[in-house]
Design a protein around this ligand. Sequence first.
Ligand SMILES: *Cc1c(COP(=O)(O)O)cnc(C)c1O
Length: 377
Amino acid sequence: MNKKRIYLSSPHMGEREFAFVKEAFDTNWIAPVGPHVDLFEKEFCELTGAQNAAALSAGTAAIHLALILMKVRRGDEVICSTFSFAASANPIIYQGATPVFVDSENATWNMDVNFLKKAIKDRIKKRKSIKAVILVHLYGQSADIDPILELCNEYNIPLIEDAAESLGTYYKEKQTGTFGKFGVFSFNGNKIITASSGGMLVSDDKNLIQKAKFLSTQARDPAPHYQHSQIGYNYRLSNVLAGIGRGQLCVLEDRVKARRANYDFYKRELGSLPGIHFMPEAEFGRSTRWLTCLTIDPDKFGVSREEVRLALEAENIESRPLWKPLHLQPVFRDYPYYGSGISEELFETGLCLPSGSNLKKEDLERVMEVVRGVGKR
Ligand SMILES: *Cc1c(COP(=O)(O)O)cnc(C)c1O
């Protein structure tokens, strides 16, 4: 195989990241503390409209701290979108609580408010204590937040938005992740912008974010010696990585444009093929098209999603099935689920195409030709 590998979503550095990293070296701030960390938080708030932010080592750490701050404990329940990555739900288990999974709707592929309502009512009837709802915004597409938030408010359940895949996504002209009690973002290597790893926890509540910073730095009480009256975590972001993050914030809008242009290309070139349907973009906001996702009806297209994926792989092109619903995962199989199989069907038929902001026209054309070719066979 001598064709260059085309990746699903690879890091794409701008012009300033390296200078910020060099500054960290030059000033010897090689620690999970320093000026880049503070500035990364400040600039992140300016860019997203978030009120307060804590820079953390990962998006998963941000979800975990949000649950800790909402006092989620053994025996409690936390409702979570089933159509997501395991990291959305793992912290529920870290806390000894029970995840309750809720299915997607067709319009956004994200949480269906009707099944959320059903879940809340049924859990209350069963005398369970629901401590939070984790709402995921997948693939750069916002969930329909307003009705979900309204329902959460009605039952007094805090909403945690997992916006790890939706930095740059707007719901009614506002950044996703800024609606709930908490918003969670990720700067892992495959996200729309990356610091190699890292995460951000945001909230309107200044005290909660201060508490998150305290817990993420081992919960040290103010004292000259090491004094602890609570269990802490080593979850703070490194100052070196915060430098990369600051550079990446400068190019976020360019990355959104490039990813949306990828989608436009695929849609134009593949959208009229029989049995191919692209992920919808709800009219209430802007999707970043972090990943271009489509579903393949094998009866109409001629071959299945898996055959398309293997044909791409044979040409050294990485593509991926959509997320396997969490209620189908072996580790989560025994937990409650409310839905009608929409996420299951998306998993069966869905594919993510290479979507990096650094893909070249010839890369996109290679992908397009394989998909077209395999369908005709
Ligand atoms: C990437 C991701 C996370 C986890 O973020 P990390 O920074 O990798 O810990 C959580 N939820 C979703 C939906 C993600 O895609």
